[in-house]
Design a protein around this ligand. Structure first.
Ligand code: KG4
Ligand code: ZN
Length: 334
C-alpha cells in the first residue's frame, strides 16, 4: 500500500500512544495506558496524565519506529493530536512531535482527535467511503456526524450534557464498579437482564441530539430508593438496564441520520464503540435498512495514534501543514 510515511502521537488523555503508518497501513501501533495510575482517583487526574506522558514518550517512540522497521530519516511527516483533550497532556505529544519534525526538517501536522476517530473505520475497511453517517462516542464527546467527503464534516447532533462514555464512567463509579466504567458495565451486562429497570431515554423528539444527565439522576434516585427499601436489584441487571438505555439512544439517533440523509454507509469511532451490545444493535439496525456498517476493531475504537497518523496522511497529501507556532487547542471542535 502506498501513501506518506507518518509517525503519529496521541496524548490527549490517559494513553500515551505512538504509531507509524504508511497511508492507511499500520506498521506499528503502541500504547501505554495509565488506567491503573488514575483508577485509585476514580478518574483521570490531568497533572498525573501529563507527567506520565513525559516519562513514556521517548521510549515508546523508539519502540514504534523499531517495530515498524523505519528509520526516522525516512519519515515524510510527524503528526500529533492538537485537541480536544487535556491541555497539559496534549502539550506533551504536540511539542515532542513538533520538535522532532523541526529537527528533521519535515512537515508537522496537528490533528483533531475526533477526525482521528473518524479515520479509524477507514484503517480497517477499504469499503468505508463517504457519504456516510458516523457515530462518534467517547469519554468526552458524543456526536452524529455526516461525512460528505473526507475533510468535509457536518456535526448533525451532539450531547447537550454528558458524553456517552462519561455517563458509563460516572454511573459505574456511583455503583462502586471502578474506572473506566464502560468496559466494566459491558462485561457485567452479559449476565444481566436489560429489562429489569426501564430507565428514561432522553430527548425523544430531537432527531440527533443526546442527553444523559436525566439517566444519571434516574439511576441515582432508583438505586437510593431501592437501597432504603432493602430490595437492591442485582448489579448485573442494573448494569444491563443502564447499558440498554445508553445504547438505545445512540442507535436511534444514528439511524435517524442514516434515514434523513439517505447514506448507504454508517460507521463508528471512539471508545464507546467497543461496547458489544452497541455493536450488535447497530449491526441489526443497519441490516434492517440495508446499509453497510463499518465498525473498527475495539482497539481501534479506543484512543490510539494510528488513527491520528491516517488522518495526517490524508491532510499531508492535500498539501496541508501546521505552522511551527501553532498552539494546542483543548476545545477544538470538528
Ligand atoms: O475514545 P476514548 O478511548 O477516549 C476519549 O477520547 O475519551 O473513549 C474512552 C471512553 C471511556 O468513557 C470508556 O468508559 C468508554 O470509552 N468505553 C466503553 C467501552 N470501552 C471503553 N464504553 C462502553 N463499553 C465499552 N466496552
Ligand atoms: Zn478518543
Amino acid at each position: 500500500m502506498s501513501g506518506p510515511l507518518v509517525l503519529a502521537f496521541e496524548t490527549s488523555c490517559d494513553e500515551t500512544a505512538v504509531a507509524v503508518v504508511r497511508g492507511r497501513k499500520v506498521l506499528s501501533n503502541i500504547l501505554s495506558s495509565q488506567v491503573d495510575m488514575h483508577a485509585r482517583f476514580g478518574g483521570v487526574v490531568p497533572e498525573v496524565a501529563a507527567r506520565a506522558h513525559v516519562e513514556a514518550i521517548r521510549s515508546l517512540t523508539h519502540r514504534a519506529l523499531g517495530e515498524a522497521g523505519v528509520h526516522p530519516d525516512d519519515l515524510d511527516c510527524i503528526a500529533a493530536t492538537r485537541g480536544p483533550g487535556l491541555v497539559g497532556a496534549l502539550l506533551v505529544g504536540f511539542s515532542f512531535a513538533k520538535a522532532m519534525a523541526w529537527s528533521k526538517r519535515i512537515p508537522f501536522l496537528g490533528i483533531d482527535h475526533m477526525e482521528g476517530h473518524l479515520f479509524a473505520p477507514r484503517i480497517d475497511f477499504d469499503a468505508f467511503q463517504p457519504p456516510a453517517v458516523v457515530l462518534l462516542a467517547s469519554g468526552g464527546h458524543s456526536q452524529v456526524v455526516l461525512v460528505e467527503d473526507w475533510g468535509d464534516y457536518r456535526v448533525l447532533g451532539q450531547t447537550l450534557d454528558d458524553a456517552a462514555g462519561e455517563a458509563f464512567d460516572k454511573l459505574a463509579r456511583f455503583m462502586g464498579l471502578g474506572f473506566p466504567g464502560g468496559p466494566v458495565i459491558d462485561s457485567l451486562s452479559e449476565k444481566g437482564d436489560p429489562e429489569t429497570i426501564r430507565f428514561p431515554r432522553a430527548l425523544p423528539h430531537r432527531r440527533y441530539d443526546f442527553s444523559f444527565s436525566g439517566l444519571k439522576t434516574s439511576v441515582v434516585t432508583r438505586l437510593e430508593k431501592a437501597r432504603a427499601a432493602g430490595v437492591l436489584p442485582r448489579r448485573e441487571d442494573v448494569a444491563a438496564s443502564i447499558q440498554e438505555a445508553i445504547v438505545d439512544v445512540l442507535v436511534q439517533k444514528t439511524m435517524n441520520a442514516v434515514e434523513d440523509h439517505r447514506v448507504p454507509i454508517v460507521g463508528g469511532g471512539g471508545g464507546v464503540l467497543a461496547n458489544r451490545r452497541l455493536r450488535t444493535r447497530l449491526q441489526e439496525e443497519a441490516d434492517r435498512r440495508d446499509v453497510g456498517l463499518f465498525l473498527p476493531r475495539p482497539i481501534m475504537c479506543t484512543d490510539n495514534a494510528a488513527m491520528i497518523g491516517a488522518a495526517a496522511g490524508f491532510r499531508l497529501e492535500r498539501g496541508e501543514r501546521t505552522g511551527w507556532g501553532a498552539p494546542v487547542d483543548s476545545a477544538l471542535a470538528l
